[in-house]
Every structure is written in structure tokens, then in C-alpha cells.
Ligand binder design. Structure first.
Ligand SMILES: Cc1cc2nc3c(=O)[nH]c(=O)nc-3n(C[C@H](O)[C@H](O)[C@H](O)COP(=O)(O)OP(=O)(O)OC[C@H]3O[C@@H](n4cnc5c(N)ncnc54)[C@H](O)[C@@H]3O)c2cc1C
Length: 458
């Protein structure tokens, strides 16, 4: 195991409890990442929340599945919880100390406080399967090895993501399906047509909206600099990464820069007016089932509440349900559909598995969940069986489906959300009925998958 973050802790614990010997490498506290500050395993680098506890929420469903598989992170989070309303919030120091102590005291886990480098890989692989769970801030040498092992274009160093919305929340009386000049893209792309007044109001709102603060390490260590100076330093750092310029920075260059760029309406005819719109925001399917759409070329650093307010000004998006907000931040992850098996084993490197955020899931809970999943895959291979793939109806299956969906798209990390779960066919108009169907189907699909697993006794 490399990395004692959320994924590494879950995987090491599961495998040790299953009777396997685990060697766990963690470079902190000797070598910190730019965001971690302690020597605790599973350090919460930002918020202290593990999202909703409600069993009727997608995060609640994922947690229920993890607990049924023996999640140590969630068990300790419950023990260290503090009042957080519907969310599972923790006392971060108690949580970190308890996780670290619990893992260190396990008789089958040997902790090695060293940076694990590419040179260590061959000898480790001779001893047994290797799980890399080094997270969004993987050390530079190991990142370089991953870039070579996956093909450079399949490893990302920055996450530049546009918001994603649920298909069922789009206003189809305004939005129309059309490819430019009716060529090529079939009805895959949807278009939100702007009249000039709408467009100008949108641009004004976009450039004046509140932006998320930039972490000092992302701005090249400019801790005391003014926010504008930090933003300029950050934009300079990321300008060589394609698609990383925030839409609000593009809009600031001139009032018509989006109409001539990201939202250019060429080749489009609005069926309501029979004219070319002044500008058009395009939506691209995010999954094969077309239940989720991302807003094309809308990568942004606006605060989440501001994204909802501003993007809902786009014609056809007034009731849009956001399942994922846009972000631009430092994040190491692979193009999972191209480089990972459904077991999270690297296609190009047998016996090397990825876990946690490196795989393309996002957040503390999802990363921990995908530490457990990698451990399940390794355990199955060690006992001579293979891990059955979970059905998409449960939370694990929904996320594995995201990691394996090879639809042509810019692969982006995802947190758990109802849009990833299949809808009933035909789809009822009533949203509550759709949710009830998904919750019920998730419970059944997970129970069926769990019954197929080769789990250790006890
Ligand atoms: C600035 C920032 C803020 C965030 N805020 C939130 C938030 O508010 N809520 C949320 O849910 N998620 C947040 N995230 C995402 C969250 O941190 C990740 O989803 C989660 O930590 C990923 O878990 P992981 O186990 O994959 O990686 P990590 O938890 O990052 O663990 C990786 C571990 O590997 C170690 N490591 C790296 N390279 C090596 C090496 N070569 N040898 C040995 N050890 C190594 C690191 O020291 C680290 O302990 C944030 C991320 C960042 C960077």
C-alpha cells in the first residue's frame, strides 16, 4: 500500500483484517504535501464533513454500502463525530489521531515512513500486489512514473471541470438538440440559445460573481499576496494546461469574447425563431444513458452558490439541478476508462492497482470507498477468485460505471450523485417517485452484489 490517506487506510485495514500482511508506505510527516500539515493518516485537508448521513441521499447510500463492507474510516468518523446537522462531521484531530493509532496497532500492518518511489515498485511487486493511493497531490517522481505507465495524455495534473446538471431538470421547450451545421454529432449536443439581452446580463453576472479562494500552494506559495495577485499567479501557472482558463477570466477579456469563443453560435438554428441565436451554450452528455450533461467549456472557479445563481440565468437552465460544480484545482488522476480495469488494476501494469482519488472519484468518502473497493479486488485475486462488478443500481456500481464509461468526453472526476444511478423506464414525471425507485433499487442491487463477494469470515 502506498499512501495512508482515505483510500490507503481503508484498503490496508480491510486486507489486514482479511488475514493478509500489509506494508503501508506513508511519506508524511517527513515529507509533507503542499496541502497536508500533520502526520495523521487520512488527514482532512479542508472541511471536516463527510457529507450527508441521510439514507435517502446518494452519499448516505454510499456510506451504508461501505459500512456493510466494514469501513474503518466511517466507524472512526462516527466515534469522533461532532454536531453537523444532516452531515457526518468530525473533530479532525481526534479523528486523525484515532485512525493513525488504530492502523499502527494492527499486528498485520507494517508502517514505513518513507517516500515510495518508482525504484521501489519492482521489488514491491515481487512480494505481492501493489496499491497506489497517493491521492491528488501524489509525489512528483511517482506522478512521473504514472504518466509514463499510462501514456502521458492519460494522466491529469489539474482538474478543470465544467458544472454538470441532471438531464431531467433541463427546460426542453427552450433547449434544442442540434449539431453544428447538422453534421457529425447527431443529437448528442444540446444548445441553450441566448438572445443579446440575456447574454449581456449573463456576462455581467459571471464576471462580478464571487470566486473561490485560491490555496497558497496553487499560487506558487504567495501566502500573503492580495487575492487578485494570487489569482494572476495561479492563471500563469496553469496556462499551459489545455482547457484550464476559467470561463470568468475569458469573459473578462471583452464583453463579446464568449459569443466569439466558448458560446459561438455558428451552424446552429434555434427552431423557435428559425434564426441563429446571438450565442449558445452547449451541453454534452456525461454518460451513455444521457442522464447527465456537462456545460461545455464552462470550467470555472466561482463559488458553488454563485455557479448555481449565474448558470441558472442561461436560457433553459433556470431549474437546472447541479450534480457537480465546476472546479479548477490541483489534482492528480488518471483517465480511468482508458487505463483501468473494472478492478482498478492498471491495464499496462499487472498487479498494480490504483485507489482513491487517483482513480477519478472525488471527495473524502468516495476516495475511502474506492480504497475499500481496490482492497476487495486484491483480496479476490489473492484467494484465486475475481471480483464481480457491481450493478449500476447501487452506489458502488454507479461510480464504477463512471470510471468505466468510455463515452467520448473529457473524463472528469465525479462524486456520488443520483444522476449516476439508472432511472426507471418509462421515467415517471414525479421526481419523488424517481428517487424512491433509485433508493429501492440501490438497496437490492447492493445486497445482491455483496452476496456474491468472497468476503473473509467474521
Ligand atoms: C486543497 C484540497 C482541499 C480539499 N477539500 C476537500 C473537502 O473539503 N471535502 C472533500 O470531501 N474532499 C476535499 N478534497 C479532496 C480530498 O482531499 C480527497 O478526495 C481525499 O483526500 C483523497 O483521498 P486519497 O486517499 O485518494 O488521497 P489522500 O487523502 O491525499 O492521501 C494520499 C496519501 O499519500 C501520501 N503520499 C503521496 N505520495 C506518496 C509517496 N510517493 N510515498 C508515500 N506516500 C505518499 C500522502 O502524504 C497522503 O497521505 C480536497 C483536496 C485538496 C487537495
Amino acid at each position: 500500500m502506498v499512501g495512508a490517506g482515505f483510500a490507503g487506510v481503508e484498503a490496508a485495514w480491510f486486507l489486514a483484517e482479511a488475514g493478509h500482511s500489509v506494508r503501508l508506505f506513508e511519506m508524511r510527516p517527513k515529507h509533507q504535501t503542499p496541502a497536508h500539515t500533520t502526520g495523521h493518516f487520512a488527514e482532512l485537508v479542508c472541511s471536516n464533513s463527510f457529507k450527508s448521513k441521510l439514507p435517502t441521499s446518494p452519499a448516505g447510500q454510499l456510506k451504508a454500502e461501505m459500512l456493510a463492507l466494514g469501513s474503518i474510516v466511517l466507524r472512526i468518523a462516527e466515534e469522533c463525530s461532532v454536531p453537523g446537522g444532516e452531515a457526518l462531521a468530525v473533530d479532525r484531530d481526534r479523528f486523525g489521531e484515532q485512525v493513525t493509532r488504530t492502523l499502527r496497532e494492527h499486528p498485520r500492518i507494517e508502517v514505513i515512513e518513507e517516500v515510495f518511489g518508482p525504484g521501489d515498485l519492482e521489488s514491491a511487486r515481487r512480494l505481492g500486489p501493489v496499491i497506489l493511493s497517493t491521492g491528488p497531490l501524489t509525489s512528483p517522481e511517482l506522478s512521473e512514473w504514472l504518466a509514463q505507465a499510462t501514456g502521458r495524455e492519460h494522466l491529469y495534473f489539474y482538474d478543470a471541470v465544467s458544472p454538470t446538471v441532471e438531464a431531467s431538470s433541463l427546460d426542453r421547450s427552450i433547449i434544442f438538440a442540434q449539431s453544428r451545421y447538422d453534421k457529425g454529432e447527431g443529437d448528442d449536443y444540446l444548445n441553450c440559445p441566448f438572445e443579446k439581452d440575456h447574454y449581456l446580463a449573463f456576462v455581467e453576472a459571471l464576471i462580478t460573481a464571487e470566486r473561490a479562494p485560491i490555496h497558497a500552494f496553487e499560487a506558487g506559495g504567495k501566502r500573503d499576496a492580495e487575492p487578485q495577485e494570487q489569482e494572476a499567479a495561479f492563471l500563469e501557472k496553469i496556462k499551459y494546461f489545455s482547457g484550464c482558463t476559467p470561463i470568468e477570466a475569458i469573459a473578462e477579456k471583452g464583453v463579446r469574447s464568449l459569443a466569439f469563443g466558448n458560446f459561438k453560435p455558428v451552424g446552429l438554428t434555434d427552431p423557435r425563431t428559425d434564426r441563429r441565436p446571438y450565442a449558445a451554450l452547449q451541453l454534452r452528455p456525461e454518460n451513455r444513458e444521457k442522464t447527465l450533461y456537462s456545460l461545455v467549456a464552462c470550467q470555472t472557479r466561482l463559488k458553488w452558490g454563485e455557479q448555481k445563481r449565474v448558470f441558472r440565468m442561461v436560457p433553459g437552465l433556470s431549474d437546472a439541478e447541479f450534480v457537480r460544480y465546476g472546479v479548477i484545482h490541483r489534482n492528480t488522476y488518471v483517465d480511468a476508462p482508458r487505463v483501468l480495469e473494472a478492478t482498478l488494476e492498471l491495464k499496462s501494469e499487472p498487479r498494480v492497482y490504483l485507489a482513491g482519488q487517483l482513480t477519478g472519484v472525488e471527495g473524502y468518502v468516495e476516495s475511502a470507498a474506492f480504497g475499500l473497493y481496490a482492497a476487495l479486488a486484491v483480496h479476490h485475486s489473492l484467494v484465486g477468485t475475481s471480483l464481480p462488478v457491481p450493478a449500476k443500481e447501487c452506489a458502488y456500481g454507479a461510480l464504477v460505471g463512471h470510471l468505466q464509461d468510455d463515452t467520448q468526453r473529457e473524463f472528469a472526476p465525479m462524486n456520488i450523485n443520483w444522476g449516476l444511478f439508472p432511472s426507471p423506464e418509462p421515467r415517471p414525471r414525479d421526481k419523488a417517485a424517481v428517487r424512491a425507485f433509485k433508493i429501492d433499487a440501490a438497496g437490492r442491487a447492493f445486497a445482491e452484489w455483496r452476496a456474491l463477494l468472497d468476503l473473509p469470515k467474521g
